[in-house]
Design a protein around this ligand. Structure first.
Ligand SMILES: Nc1nc2c(c(=O)[nH]1)N[C@H]1C(S)=C(S)[C@@H](COP(=O)(O)O)O[C@H]1N2
Ligand SMILES: [Mo]
Length: 427
């Protein structure tokens, strides 16, 4: 018989607020009451005694705040494949296992850079718009900041995210060290179509070349339809100016598309008839298939999810109540459903979603879970509004050549041992 956590997947319940409430009640009922879960302690005299910091005057104000010193070990997982030769080439992954909600704090946003973070003086930096336009234009940063802006929440995911989960043996590292080449911010900037209208895009212009001002001169070709749809010239991230690592003073943001195309430190946009076939879209960012052919221009990121709590390298101290929590996203639009399994995919239950109204954004999913103390395999499976379902690992692997390193959106499995140790496993 199939073991079910909670109830059978109920596809109708979460579609209305009322349905969602009763659904959550069903979920909470699983937990046999918070008291019996034993998470809080009974009150005794010691609890009322007070702590030393209650009796001394607190610290003074600071100009720019930092996390509590007790939280400072939480940091990006820095990967430097070339060591000291090129300390800014590679990636620093977001510690998704330590984060909650939807927004990645700017200081923990993943960084993927090919030749370090340039030290750009915004008064000297310019954005050039030329090629197949009626009026070539140059924008100073001051001018750009005076255009009408828009604000949207979107993820940026490197297409190489989760490539470490393609290693022959499952790595026993925190979730973020494998799946943290993603972050989600509130971005504010100028819709790119507005700048193109001012320059007067010519009818024969079908692509835009975007080029960065770093020494790698990251260059990608972008179809004009995407530019007219939702491309943003981003100036602000989570309320403040972009961080240098994220492309200060200006980056391109192509919501839902592979992170590589969101060119940071944007210096040039050139309208062209066809794709430019730059080094970054020929030698890299093409996808080798199992039949020997390759896919080029696989822009959209797939539907995907990862359980962040509990996850690889964590330890569950004792049997009892745990909330399974994680992130889900899709480059195609909104997340419609996330299902969670605790028995390696034999049965699934639908998780509650937070933020599912936002397209191309991280969504938080949560499901209450009573761990009996027996071995369990935790998985999550996301479905987006286009009906695309996150594939099983074996199904994903079968499509591609062994050296494929991009767009791994397959289901992630965490095994909980009877001793409470959580391990990365391939199922
Ligand atoms: N100019 C420039 N833009 C760039 C890159 C770069 O190295 N140089 N890296 C790209 C890659 S591969 C990714 S995944 C995203 C990462 O954006 P982030 O560092 O803000 O997460 O930026 C893209 N834009
Ligand atoms: Mo990337």
């Amino acid at each position: 018989m199939k073991k079910s956590i909670g109830h059978a997947p109920n596809r109708d319940a979460p579609d209305t607020a009322e349905g969602r409430r009763s659904f959550l009640k069903q979920g909470a009922a699983l937990v046999t009451g918070a008291a019996s879960a034993g998470l809080a302690q009974g009150v005794n005299a010691q609890a009322l005694a007070g702590q030393p910091w209650e009796r001394v005057y607190g610290a003074g104000f600071t100009g720019y705040g930092q996390p509590s010193r007790f939280e400072q070990p939480i940091a990006r997982h820095v990967g430097r494949p070339y060591g000291d030769l090129a300390p800014g080439s590679g990636a620093a992954l977001a510690p998704i296992e330590s984060l909650e909600g939807i927004i990645t704090p700017s200081g923990l946003h993943n960084i993927r850079s090919h030749s370090g973070t340039p030290d750009i003086d915004p008064t000297q930096h310019r954005l050039l718009l030329h090629g197949l336009v009626a009026r070539p234009l140059v924008f100073s940063m001051e001018a750009l900041r005076r255009y009408p802006m828009t604000t949207r929440t979107h993820f940026v995911e490197c297409s190489g995210n989760s490539s470490r989960a393609l290693a022959p043996q499952p790595a026993q590292v925190p979730a973020g060290a494998m799946h943290g080449n993603i972050a989600c911010s509130e971005w504010t900037g100028v819709p790119l179509h507005m700048l193109l209208e001012e320059a007067g895009l010519l009818p024969q212009a079908k692509w835009l070349l975007a080029e960065g001002a770093d020494s790698a001169h990251m260059s990608r070709s972008i179809p004009v339809e995407k530019v007219l749809d939702d491309a943003l010239v981003a100036l602000y991230q989570n309320g403040e100016r972009l961080r240098p690592e994220q492309g200060y003073p200006v980056r391109l943001l192509l919501p839902g598309w592979e992170g590589n195309m969101s060119v940071k430190w944007l210096r040039r946009l050139k309208a062209t008839e066809g794709p430019t076939h730059t080094k970054d879209e020929t030698s890299k960012y093409t996808d080798p298939l199992s039949d020997g052919r390759s896919l080029q221009f696989t822009f959209e990121m797939g539907v995907k999810s990862v359980i962040t709590k509990p996850s690889s390298t964590m330890v569950l101290p004792r049997a009892g109540f745990y909330e399974i929590s994680g992130i889900a996203w899709s480059g195609a639009g909104r997340i419609r459903r996330v299902e969670v399994s605790t028995d390696g995919g034999a049965s699934w239950a639908e998780a509650a979603l937070i933020g599912e109204e936002r397209p191309k954004s991280l969504v938080r999913f949560r499901l209450p879970w009573e761990w009996t103390g027996r071995a369990a395999v935790l998985q999550s499976r996301a479905t987006d509004e286009k009906g695309r379902v996150q594939p099983a690992r074996k199904v994903w692997l079968a499509q591609f050549a062994p050296d494929m390193r991009y767009h791994n959106n397959s289901i992630v499995s965490w095994a909980v041992g009877a001793d409470g140790n959580v391990k990365n496993v391939y199922v």
